[in-house]
Design a binder for this molecule. Structure first.
Ligand code: PMP
Length: 423
């Protein structure tokens, strides 16, 4: 039975009230009014649209509640601090972290990876190996390469198959033989929608005592993320992809790892004492949050995670899985070249990369825009993955909580037009 609370479906629902959900995103109505066609926003994997309640928290915080945190003795500052720290608890609940102490606020996934790569610098020993996979986003490659240069480490990539699924045997063999100090991988590829077998991957990392970093930039948007079940040491995601604002993000740290981590940036708020002779550090997570943070953005991130909770992560996952399946079939019947593990029955969701034979991806995206269809074209910040499967660029359609089959139908209309005029 469909039950709606504040216009949102509840997790137990079998049906998913997409119209009610879309009503939370003013951009759809506004864009249709302005352009004269519905907005088929198919680029959630790059950045999601924002629901009204997230923006309301952001504006309210700036207009009516603003003060710096962790500083003032006055009540406005104390209340801002309370709200900010309450979001730490909301995040911990959302990813099933045992303690709020494990949650560091960052500007996003990229900053979180850089934070770990910097702060663990002296924990790595020259000659150590870091294992990544060929599926990674550049932000889960470049910070490790920079670290490898500084500390004389080796960065090794586990292979992927022709269909952009992980080559699990290669991953297992590399981890077993190289015994890396750290392994980092994405739980959901932004370029191909691949969902790698994280359970098996974590198991082999544990076998050799490797520390594990997981990139949940996409996984947090499309389903459930549970750091305890996953058994990861680090996990990162960005607020702007999960219906929150830019400038907000999260790094989860297993508390035992803190003892190896040096400060990432120095400044106010991260110290215990400062003298002319030297300084000592605050306890984590403050040790890693130097300076005034993005207070309003963090509060709005909390609202975004609560928004997701009200829809229900299980309901989101079901909706996206079902829509992915239907959209995949629809696009296949149009004769498009579709990429990813779903071609061979593998695990892929929420992201459909494709090409239209004879038409350049950028031309597709430009023409689609004239139909008010938003698509991403390019290498999706995953050059190694694309090159491995013999591609330079693809068009990518990605799904969010508000995506409908009609969006894909509108896209097909645009693609037919593009084909007619360009091929
Ligand atoms: N990892 C993955 C899998 C991503 O999809 C992205 C964003 N496209 C990032 C990392 C980087 O996220 P951000 O740019 O928000 O730091």
């Amino acid at each position: 039975m469909l039950t709606i609370e504040n216009g949102l479906t509840k997790e137990s629902d079998v049906s998913y009230d997409i119209a009610a959900i879309r009503n939370h995103f003013p951009i759809f109505e506004e864009s249709e009014r302005e352009i004269g066609r519905p907005l088929a926003y198919l680029d959630t994997a790059a950045s999601s649209q924002k629901p009204r309640e997230v923006v309301e928290v952001l504006t309210k915080s700036l207009l009516l509640e603003h003060a710096n945190i962790h500083r003032g003795a006055y009540s406005l500052s104390a209340r801002a601090t309370e709200r900010y720290e309450a979001v730490r608890a909301t995040v911990a609940r959302a990813i099933n972290a045992k303690s709020d102490r494990s949650i560091i606020f960052t500007r996003g996934t990229t900053e979180a990876v850089n934070l770990v790569a910097r702060s663990l610098e002296s924990w790595f020993q020259p000659g150590d190996t870091i294992v990544l996979t060929m599926l990674e986003h550049h932000s889960n490659i470049v910070p490790w390469q920079l670290l490898a240069e500084r500390r004389n480490l080796k960065v090794v990539f586990a292979a992927i198959q022709e269909d952009a699924s992980l080559d699990l045997n290669d991953f297992i063999e590399k981890v077993r033989t190289l015994k890396p100090r750290l392994v980092s991988f994405s739980l959901h590829s932004n370029a191909f929608g691949t969902v790698p077998p994280s359970e098996e991957m974590v198991a082999v990392c544990r076998e050799v005592g490797a520390t594990i970093f997981t990139d949940a930039a996409q996984a947090i948007v499309h389903g459930t993320v549970d750091v305890e079940k996953l058994d990861t040491d680090f996990l990162a995601f960005s607020g702007h992809k999960v219906y929150g604002p830019t400038g907000s993000g999260v790094l989860y740290v297993r508390p035992e790892m803190y003892q190896h981590m040096e400060p990432f940036m120095g400044g106010g708020d991260m110290i215990s004492s400062v003298t002319v002779e030297g300084s000592t550090w605050a306890e984590p997570p403050q040790k890693f949050e130097a300076g005034t943070p993005a207070i309003a953005e963090v509060l709005a991130l909390g609202a975004a995670l609560e928004f997701m909770d009200r829809i229900g992560r299980g309901a989101v996952q079901n909706h996206e899985r079902e829509l992915f399946q239907r959209a995949w079939e629809l696009l296949k019947s149009e004769g498009l070249e579709l990429y990813g593990p779903a071609n061979n029955g593998g695990h892929q969701s929420s992201i459909i990369p494709f090409n239209v034979p004879g038409v350049h991806p950028h031309d597709i995206a430009t023409i689609a825009d004239t139909f008010n269809v938003q698509l991403r074209a390019g290498n999706h910040c995953a050059m190694p993955a694309l090159r491995r499967v013999g591609l330079y660029s693809t068009v990518r359609a990605s799904i969010g909580v508000y995506t409908r089959l009609e969006d894909f139908e509108q896209m097909i209309e645009a693609l037919r037009h593009a084909r007619k005029i360009l091929s």
